[in-house]
Ligand binder design. Structure first.
Ligand code: GUN
Ligand code: FE
Length: 432
């Protein structure tokens, strides 16, 4: 086994600022040191304290203009939508029919799927994202291709085959039975293989029959620790359609609830137009919401109510929702999140933002023992930000007072250029 050390400014969250207050929610080392043994964090602290503990032959990488953070966690993204990012002019239901479904049709071809998966993962790593909860397409091979590509970099990734048996083109539909069977086969092949996990992935209520949702719930309850990943209450027309399609249900979430799809490992993208009883039920079941600001603005869905989620103690993580979202960058996603909260006359603090993009995401995915911060014994997934990445970032950071303001500047001006290097399980997976 080999030790490696990084000397730089370091920041990470240790709790939710909502629960313990901002000051108690993070640790910051202005001249810090991170020591990694194999794939895990061995020590974190002040360089002055940790330098003397190192053998003289231990490699120390010094980044005087760096800021180390945990790797970012994207709790909702579609890898097959990589090449249709920035599709013009539509809201959800028309956007799906016009752009998304034709694009996803290409993923019956495994060679195509693997090509996109490789480029998708490179893009995530360029942006400092080391873990993501990812939609495949309806095609089983799309998920094989994604996991095979993830294995190459030893990334902690979660993915699933889309289940959809109605209200979509024939070339993109499965049946309740084939979706159950193929999902089960994928679970048996990939779930908990290395750092990989499986998510049962019904696209959203309108594209699944009652029978399909029922089988999805049955499958979820056959395993202890498989995920469930879907969309919830994103767009007003979508919500009205769900009411029509499921007249027996009390509300949108209740469609999933009645099919036993709410669990501690269930993640619902968006959750914009929810009533109090839906927040309450999400809390009760330990389910999480993925907040996807760039998507919610770009396809005109609405403003996520973070205060409501907090009030009801619902777990929240950040999602880019590419290709409805417009950036792979978690920094840019937090920039838009700040504006979404501003439009509701509230503030999103930089420490809360960092929390949502790291430890909060890990908690939403029940992975906080493994990833999400730089605590000793956790997996060495981290990013080195570059304070000198661009002239503007450099001059603006030079004038910022304290780490909280610096972090906010990174989140406002930063993007892939600010990511100097990305590490997964102690190995460098991206370097600028
Ligand atoms: N709802 C159902 N499918 C999708 C999708 O692909 N993207 C988004 N943003 N919402 C959806
Ligand atoms: Fe989505």
């Amino acid at each position: 086994s080999q030790l490696k050390a990084w000397r730089s400014a370091i920041i990470h969250c240790i709790a939710d600022p909502k629960e313990v207050g901002v000051e108690q929610a993070y640790e910051y080392f202005e001249d810090g040191m991170l020591i990694v043994k194999d794939d895990k964090i061995q020590a974190i602290g002040h360089a002055a304290d940790l330098l003397p503990t190192l053998d003289c032959d231990t490699l120390v990488e010094h980044h005087p203009d760096g800021l180390i953070t945990p790797g970012f966690i994207d709790t909702h993204i579609h890898y097959p939508q990589t090449d249709m990012i920035g599709s013009y002019g539509e809201q959800l239901l028309t956007w799906l029919n016009t752009y998304t479904f034709p694009e996803e049709g290409k993923f019956h071809d495994k060679t195509h799927a693997r090509d996109v998966a490789d480029r998708f993962l490179k893009e995530l790593l360029r942006n400092g994202t080391t873990t993501a909860l990812v939609f495949g397409t309806v095609h089983k091979v799309s998920v094989d291709a994604f996991f095979e590509a993830s294995e190459v970099h030893n990334l902690r990734m979660i993915c699933g085959k889309v289940m959809m048996d109605r209200n979509a083109p024939d070339f993109l539909t499965d049946t309740p039975e084939t979706s159950y069977q193929e999902s089960k086969e994928l679970i048996d092949t990939w779930h908990n293989k290395g750092r990989l996990h499986y998510a049962i992935t019904p696209r959203f209520a309108p594209t699944s029959s009652d029978e399909q949702l029922k089988l999805a719930g049955k499958l979820l309850n056959e395993y202890d620790d498989v995920y469930m990943h879907t969309h919830l209450s994103e767009n007003k027309d979508e919500c009205a359609w769900v009411q029509d399609l499921f007249p027996e249900s009390k509300n949108y979430l209740d469609v999933y609830d009645q099919h036993k799809l709410l669990s501690e490992r269930s993640v619902f993208a968006h959750g914009i137009h929810l009533c109090d009883s839906e927040y309450h039920r999400l809390h009760e079941t330990g389910s999480a919401i993925a907040f996807c600001p760039t998507s919610n603005l770009f396809i005109g869905s609405g403003l996520f109510k973070l205060n409501k989620a907090e009030e009801h103690k619902v777990n929240v993580g950040m999602g880019t929702d590419v290709g409805g979202g417009t950036s792979f960058s978690m920094l840019q996603t937090l920039n838009e999140a700040y504006k979404v909260i501003q439009l509701q006359n509230e503030n999103l603090s930089p420490i809360k933002s960092l929390y949502l993009a790291t430890l909060g995401g890990a908690k939403a995915l029940r992975l906080e023992d493994k990833i999400g911060n730089l605590a000793v014994g956790t997996e060495a997934d981290f990013v080195i930000l570059d304070k000198k990445a661009t002239p503007l970032l450099s001059s603006r950071l030079a004038l910022s007072k304290g780490i909280e303001e610096s972090l906010f500047v990174f989140m406002t001006l930063g993007d892939d250029r600010a990511i100097k290097a990305t590490y997964s399980a102690g190995q460098c997976v991206h370097q600028r």
